[in-house]
Design a binder for this molecule. Structure first.
Ligand SMILES: [Mg+2]
Length: 244
């Protein structure tokens, strides 16, 4: 495997590739709280340049809600939120999905409240239990999420991540979001290059490879990949070099 952060090799040609970026941990360093994450302004400007140079073939795919993601990224870049559930022109009935979680919010909030520093993040159709500031809470929060998914039934899955476990609807993931983007201009006919740092990115990394493209892991996590970059700063540097 080539470590592009040190190898100094060129990024794939933006005229013939499409670029798919996860956000937290990939474009931006993870912060204790999701709302404290900052996107480097130089990288933001470079993403816009890459988007222009590639004819618009840059997308961001995140577990965040799209409206949240849009606060960070240049206008015009297509976004997929909620791990692929929220995508332009193809968003299912998220209000109904959110309603299915109504019976769980209070009980999960009570469990989280027993662990100072732990947090319940309500995304509407998904609930995330975070223990980044309360590492000892991991077993209890994981068990609570497992029990919640069992109670919800087969339409729901557990999405593990870094210091978080999420209860989310089954059916879409970042892999099929990538394929949906690839089916239409400006992505159609290009080779995808996907960048991710966490377990939720695995379907996207696999989908990029299956479409004849490249999977790039950002950070230390063991993920299916062709290349690895040390972290968001290495990715930012790589993009910057490719635009020179
Ligand atoms: Mg991530």
């Amino acid at each position: 495997m080539t470590d592009y952060s040190t190898a100094g090799e060129a990024m794939p040609d933006p005229r013939s590739h499409g670029f798919f970026f996860d956000f937290d941990g990939t474009l931006a360093e993870i912060a204790p709280r999701a709302e404290d994450v900052v996107l480097d302004q130089g990288l933001r400007a470079d993403l816009l340049r890459l988007w222009q140079r590639s004819g618009g073939a840059v997308a961001a795919l995140s577990g965040r809600r799209r409206a949240d993601l849009a606060r960070y990224l240049p206008a015009g870049i297509p976004l997929a939120g909620l791990h692929g559930w929220e995508i332009d022109g193809d968003t299912p009935d998220l209000a109904a999905l959110a309603g299915a979680l109504d019976g769980l919010r209070d009980s999960l909030a009570a469990i989280v409240a027993r662990h100072p520093g732990a947090r319940l993040e309500d995304k509407g159709p998904a609930l995330a239990l975070h223990w980044r500031l309360a590492p000892a809470a991991e077993p209890a929060l994981t068990l609570a999420a497992e029990q919640a998914v069992t109670a919800l039934g087969p339409g729901w899955v557990l999405q593990p991540g870094k210091c978080v476990v999420e209860i989310r609807p089954r059916g879409h993931d970042k892999g099929d979001a990538l394929r949906r983007f690839m089916a239409h201009p400006p992505f159609r006919g290009r080779r995808p290059v996907a960048f991710g740092d966490d377990l939720t990115d695995i379907p996207m990394l696999r989908a990029a490879r299956q479409a004849g493209g490249l999977a790039v892991a950002v950070g230390e996590r063991d993920l299916p990949c062709d290349l690895r970059l040390a972290g968001p700063a290495a990715l930012a540097l790589w993009i910057r070099r490719s635009l020179e």
